[in-house]
Design a binder for this molecule. Structure first.
Ligand SMILES: [Zn+2]
Ligand SMILES: [Zn+2]
Length: 780
């Protein structure tokens, strides 16, 4: 069974009731989440039920050795994660025998998190789990909980290999939320190839936050980085200070305010920044220490201290002409408006968080700009509005963030502010893609041979694999087993396939990575290990000079040392972000599926991609302006993966280039533009990031002999994204065409056909040509 409904719709109750029921009749329950933090949360919930028969326990990397024995023998509600299942519980199944024998229910919570390569690994781990439980005579029910998604039963089936029933109706009570989709205007600034630059989502967020604070609307603004959170808070504070500085003059209407900010303020961003940095608490050098914010939790909020600076407030009529009295709702003392806005980021201590939560609840603080860190650490309720700067990647995250608004069933406001990106452009012009039936599916590919093979080894080490097991592991299993025997990893005997090595088979599968030894990201001054990056994505994310984000904090890569497997970084606050650019070649190995598509053909199959990162671009945060391109010297990488591609025959192209009435199109530029935009839109249908996929377009590809546009999975062996593109091609390519035509720019910009990672410097591109080309392909 899979339950796929929104945030706070009661999913936990839906699995807790059957779980507890099974325990009452002597069974055991296994609960899986992607993170330890969630398991700890759930443990509190289960304990909170105060049921003597239920003996819950977490089993993860933090569980002390002396407790593990107790958990194995006595716990009947075990909370763990796929990593622990893979590395410890399944390989040592014999020591869990009494748990397996009574296993009735497996709860897979937040299962929308199991996607791409990681999801494919989890799918194989769950198949191993089914085989091990069967050995002990149990056949547990799988109960999956997911955010809303397209085809949840299908996703659940791919994850578990079992038929699924789905529950998608959400009848939970809630207030209504007004949802605004907000597209920032094009500015006079020029980017690559003279393209117009759209005003940034963070600049718009700062203005909206100011407007809402004036209206006393308790607002949370979600942005991507700590730096952006600080910029939004600072800009909002400055906007509010400027208004208050005009003593005795009535506050302008909010609409005028917005206009004046656009006209004067951001025409001269440097001037405004200088003004902002006069804030005494942002003195040089201090910003890297905690708390670094103008009014971070470590400093008292003037509003909380009640410094008596509230006289302005009392004389200012608001937009609606309402007079605010002496106090704020909730009885909080009145402070200067600017002091009621702050930024929040990861890394604050628990005490600081409590101060912040309290200030927000009491109304002393009205506006807070934050990174997603807040989703993890702070308990904020009682908000009226949420601003979301840029599409957060999935509908699940969008609803989670928007769900913060709405106190005690009251109505709320949520605003999604578009970034200059084709997907964001499409969404703000097509609300039905957000509010109608979800089009985004949880995508994974359990048959990926690079994923399947190491799990077959792990499974054979657990219990030798027999012919009967082939069905569990899917159609690709037999070939993979033959290959493993040929490589000497498994032995074939009459009774099945055996793991005979003394090594741990589970070590072969790196379930959070995607092959290759990962690159370690190390802070050069302190030697602190910040994290690891897959070898496959290191060239694009931690090349020398790259701006690297870690939990909302910003670092610059001093050097990527490929031989040593290390990227040395240092903390910095550059006013730009970086985008790696690569040049790509693609070879068709095999077309696995194909179909006629309009006058052309659509294929899905195996390809070999050779990619080389050649340079990176710097783009200014505040304005989106291009600051230049720096060359890089990195070796090419070869990737065997899956791709979806379409071709058009020259018979339908000839009229496009020789049209005597219309403007002839540049075929190469048209295909290139269509490729860029389609990469941008695929994440809407397959829950992936545009950085998980890549593309190649050419007027004449040697393997097809035709005009061809490829979109491929950026992971070894494929991750299911291209396959989803093949399955949803008509919708996906129509949305691509829509995104291009929705953008009001004349000849192409980053919101439609320019790509930040284009290795050809976004040349050539033909916007009108792309629309006609896609029109022909889609038969319109
Ligand atoms: Zn455009
Ligand atoms: Zn390109």
């Amino acid at each position: 069974m899979i339950i796929a409904t929104g945030t706070a719709s009661g999913k936990s109750l839906a699995y807790l009731v059957p779980a507890v029921t099974e325990i009452f009749s002597g069974g055991t329950v296994l609960y899986l989440t992607p993170t330890k933090a969630l398991a700890a949360d759930q443990l509190r919930t289960v304990r909170g039920l105060r049921l003597a028969q239920v003996r819950p326990a977490t089993f993860d990397g933090d569980t002390p050795a002396e407790e593990r024995q107790w958990v194995r023998q006595h716990a009947n509600y075990v909370l763990t994660n796929p990593d622990m299942l893979h590395r410890s519980i399944l390989p040592r199944h014999a020591s869990w025998s009494s748990f397996w024998r009574r296993l009735r229910l497996v709860v897979v919570d937040e299962c929308h998190g199991y996607r791409g390569v990681f999801g494919s690994h989890v799918a194989q781990i769950l198949r191993r789990l089914r085989r091990v439980s069967a050995k002990y005579g149990s056949r547990p029910v799988f109960l999956l909980a997911s955010a809303t998604a397209s085809d949840p039963a299908l996703a659940g089936m791919r994850l578990t290999g079992l038929e699924m029933a789905e529950v998608t109706t959400d009848a939970s009570p809630r207030g209504s939320t007004t949802f605004a989709l907000w597209e920032p205007p094009l500015t006079d600034l020029r980017g690559e190839g003279g393209a117009p630059v759209r005003r940034t989502a963070t600049a718009e967020a700062a203005d909206l936050l100011s407007d809402l604070v004036i209206e006393d609307v308790r607002t949370l603004a979600f942005v991507r980085s700590r730096r952006a959170a600080e910029t939004v808070a600072l800009t909002a504070r400055r906007n509010l200070e400027e208004m208050e500085a005009v003593d005795g003059i009535a506050l302008p209407l909010a609409a005028d305010l917005t206009a004046s900010t656009h006209d004067q303020g951001f025409a001269d961003p440097a001037g405004r920044r200088a003004e902002g940095f006069e804030e005494p608490s942002l003195a040089a050098g201090e910003e890297l220490e905690e708390p670094a914010l103008p009014y971070g939790p470590g400093l008292a909020f003037p509003a909380i201290a009640g410094d008596g600076g509230g006289s302005h407030r009392e004389t200012q009529p608001s937009r609606t002409g309402r007079e605010h009295g002496g106090g704020l709702p909730g009885g909080a003392p009145v402070g200067r408006l600017a002091d009621r806005v702050a930024a929040y980021r990861a890394g604050y201590l628990a005490d600081d968080r409590r101060v912040l939560e309290k200030a927000l609840r009491s109304g002393a603080l009205v506006g807070l700009a934050t990174t997603n860190a807040l989703e993890l650490g702070v308990d904020v309720s009682g908000l009226d509005a949420v601003l979301i700067a840029g599409w957060p990647g999935t509908r699940a995250s969008l609803w989670q963030q928007a769900g913060r608004a709405g106190r005690a069933g009251q109505d709320a406001l949520a605003v999604l502010i578009a970034r200059d990106d084709p997907l964001d452009t499409y969404l703000v012009h097509h609300p039905e893609a957000l509010f109608g039936r979800p089009v985004e599916a949880i995508v994974l590919d359990p048959d990926n041979p690079y994923v399947l093979a190491p799990h077959l080894c792990a499974a054979a080490a657990e219990i030798p694999i027999t012919d009967d097991d082939l069905e569990i592991f899917g159609p690709a299993a037999l070939d993979a087993l033959d290959d493993l025997v040929a490589r000497g990893l498994l032995r074939r005997r009459t009774t099945g396939w055996f793991w005979t090595s003394r090594d741990r088979a589970a070590d072969l599968a790196d379930i959070r990575g995607s092959g290759g030894s990962p690159i370690q990201v190390v802070e050069s001054g302190t030697g602190r290990l910040l994290g690891t990056v897959d070898e496959s994505s290191a060239h694009t994310t931690v090349h020398t000079g790259a701006v690297y984000l870690h939990q909302g904090e910003t670092f610059v890569v001093e050097e990527l040392e490929l031989d040593a497997g290390v990227a040395l970084v240092s903390a910095a606050e550059p006013d730009y972000s970086t985008f790696a650019r690569d040049v790509t070649d693609i070879r068709v190995m095999e077309s696995l599926r194909s179909q006629a598509f309009g006058p052309g053909e659509l294929h899905f199959g195996s390809v070999e991609v050779t990619r080389q990162v050649v340079s990176y671009l710097k783009r200014r945060h505040q304005t989106g302006e291009m600051l230049g391109e720096e060359p890089l010297d990195l070796p090419p990488r070869t990737l065997r993966t899956r791709a979806v591609w379409w071709t058009l025959p020259s018979a339908v192209l000839t009229p496009l280039v020789s049209d005597p009435d219309g403007k002839p199109i540049d075929l190469g530029g048209a295909a290139h533009a269509a490729e860029h935009a389609s990469i941008g839109l695929l994440p809407l249908f397959a829950t992936c990031d545009r950085w998980d996929i890549g593309g190649v377009s050419t007027e004449l590809h040697p393997d097809t002999g035709l005009l061809t546009v490829f979109v491929y999975d950026g992971h070894e062996g494929g991750a299911g994204f291209a396959e989803r593109g093949y399955a949803k091609a008509a919708d996906w390519l129509s949305a691509t065409r829509e995104a291009i035509s929705s953008c009001e720019c004349e000849r192409g910009c980053p919101s439609c056909i320019q790509s930040p990672k284009c290795g050809n410097g976004n040349e050539p591109l033909d916007k009108a040509g792309a629309l006609r080309l896609l029109g022909v392909l889609l038969g319109s």
